[in-house]
Design a protein around this ligand. Structure first.
Ligand SMILES: Cc1cc2nc3c(=O)[nH]c(=O)nc-3n(C[C@H](O)[C@H](O)[C@H](O)COP(=O)(O)O)c2cc1C
Length: 359
């Protein structure tokens, strides 16, 4: 018996929701001798920087109650070596490769992404914003909603692939950061990175890590992580509703025109002059409004299109279960389950004979 565990995140279709977290799974290849990496939904690579990094001196990992503290210091071989040595092997596996990216300033993040943009076999970028910004006095990008948003926006501008922002639990208000990067165009969020901690050797009275503090991970932080995921998911709309990156809606819909309206199964199909289709599965609570823009915006409004003539077409979804796709008219098979759907109930070709033959 098989069961469909697939999920959609940032417009990407994952065969299951199991993703190896960055830094806990090396470059992925280290685990290839032990099982088929293609069974994973995705692999977030070790953090990649512009130049190779040696990381911190040992001891840089210590065990704690229910978890571990690490201060690896983002050791990695650098983005160029990743592209030439690891990626060609990694992309042979039937799984999504998500490149985890970091830098010590905006330009470094952008340079890493530029190098990855020329490589094939990467599904998305995950921005590790839990890094000190050397140009802002060493404050972590992810601790400041404005800086995190500016970084997200800059990366979005140059990336052809979805941007996932990995939030830091060490931010004063993680929900504010989540909202800011959502507004800046993030296609999805991941949570959470490690929580800053300290472990002391009671005999030497010294920190057990060479660097003093480190990042706490493991079962010890799961309830905190779940609390944050819950708060973030209640506050943002991505990636729940937009099944094509939200930025594509924002950047490519202005100036387009609706040419026809249709329906197939549960999908409303709004054809566009550009040859694309806005396909909407409103699920339980998705609702459209075609109103004067002065009319109060309903709660959980996901999409507002200002139409020529002065009215707005809005899509609101109380339970955020609906799905919006923006696809070429001949590319609707990309919608999960579309190809497997039978003939439409109201299709005249669905005669009694066809019906009987199919059941
Ligand atoms: C040894 C180690 C290295 C890590 N390296 C990275 C990294 O390079 N980039 C990143 O975004 N997160 C990194 N992380 C954070 C993990 O991806 C994950 O967010 C964190 O461990 C919390 O999840 P967990 O408690 O399920 O392990 C690292 C974690 C560990 C334990």
């Amino acid at each position: 018996m098989s069961c469909d565990l697939s999920v959609e995140i940032a417009g990407l279709h994952f065969k299951n929701p199991i993703l190896a977290a960055s830094g806990t799974f090396g470059y992925g290849l280290e685990f290839a001798p032990w099982f088929d990496l293609g069974r994973l939904g995705g692999i977030c690579t070790k953090g990649l920087s512009l130049e190779p990094l040696e990381g911190n001196p040992p001891p840089r990992i210590v065990e704690t109650h229910g978890g571990m503290l690490n201060a690896i210091g983002l050791q990695n071989i650098g983005v160029r070596a990743f592209v030439t040595e690891k990626l060609p092997l990694l992309r042979q596996f039937q799984t999504h490769i998500i490149a985890n990216v970091f830098g010590s300033c905006f330009e470094e993040y952008l340079d890493v992404i530029r190098i990855l943009e020329d490589a094939e076999g990467i599904a998305a970028y995950e921005l590790n914003v839990s890094c000190p910004n050397v140009k802002a006095g060493g404050m972590e990008f992810g601790n400041d909603p404005d800086e995190a948003a500016r970084l997200t926006e800059a990366c979005k501008r140059i990336a052809r692939r979805p941007i996932i922002v990995k939030l830091s639990p060490n931010a004063g208000d993680i929900v504010r950061v989540a909202r800011a990067v959502e507004k800046a165009g993030a296609d999805a969020l991941s949570a959470i990175n490690t929580i800053l901690g300290l472990s002391v050797d009671v005999y030497t009275r010294r920190p057990r890590l060479a660097t003093g503090m480190g990042g706490l991970s493991g079962p010890a932080i799961t309830p905190i992580a779940l609390r944050m995921v819950y708060q973030i998911a209640s506050a943002v709309r991505i990636p729940v509703v937009f099944r094509t990156p939200a930025s594509e809606f924002r950047e490519t819909l202005p100036g387009d025109a609706f040419t026809a309206f249709g329906r197939r199964g549960k999908f409303l199909l709004l054809s566009l002059a550009s040859g694309r289709v806005l396909a909407v599965n409103p699920m339980l609570t998705g609702r459209f409004q075609y109103v004067d823009p002065a009319v109060k915006l309903p709660a959980k409004t996901c999409l507002v299109l200002d139409i020529d003539g002065g009215r707005s077409l809005r899509y609101a979804d109380e339970r955020l279960m609906g799905k919006l796709y923006l696809l070429p008219a001949d590319g609707l098979e990309a919608i999960p389950g579309w190809a497997a759907g039978g003939p439409d109930l109201l299709d005249p070709a669905l005669t009694e004979d066809v019906w009987l033959a199919r059941i």
